[in-house]
Ligand binder design. Structure first.
Ligand code: SF4
Ligand code: SF4
Length: 75
């Protein structure tokens, strides 16, 4: 499965990753606040991710890492 990791403390809630994801359902706005006062994006449907890398590219805060065919334990 592909893994999307979001550094929630870097996120500033711009929504670009959510809007530009071609699958639309992978990411969504979260409900818990980070230290900067934003509601970071969260991974809602990890299994739908095609590892296109778009979310990582459009994130202005470089908060997203996409790992294709991740096989280990998520940390
Ligand atoms: S890598 Fe592509 S499919 Fe996966 S969450 Fe990011 S934008 Fe969506
Ligand atoms: S693109 Fe980056 S800063 Fe914007 S909502 Fe997504 S993770 Fe947060």
């Amino acid at each position: 499965m592909n893994l999307v990791k979001i550094d929630i403390e870097r996120c500033k809630e711009c929504g670009y990753c959510i809007n530009f994801c071609p699958k639309k359902v992978v990411l969504e706005k979260g409900t818990s606040i980070n230290k900067r006062g934003y509601y970071p994006a969260v991974v809602a449907k990890q299994e739908e991710c095609i590892a296109c890398g778009t979310c990582a590219k459009v994130c202005p805060e470089a908060a997203i890492e996409v790992i294709k065919d991740f096989e280990g334990q998520e940390v």
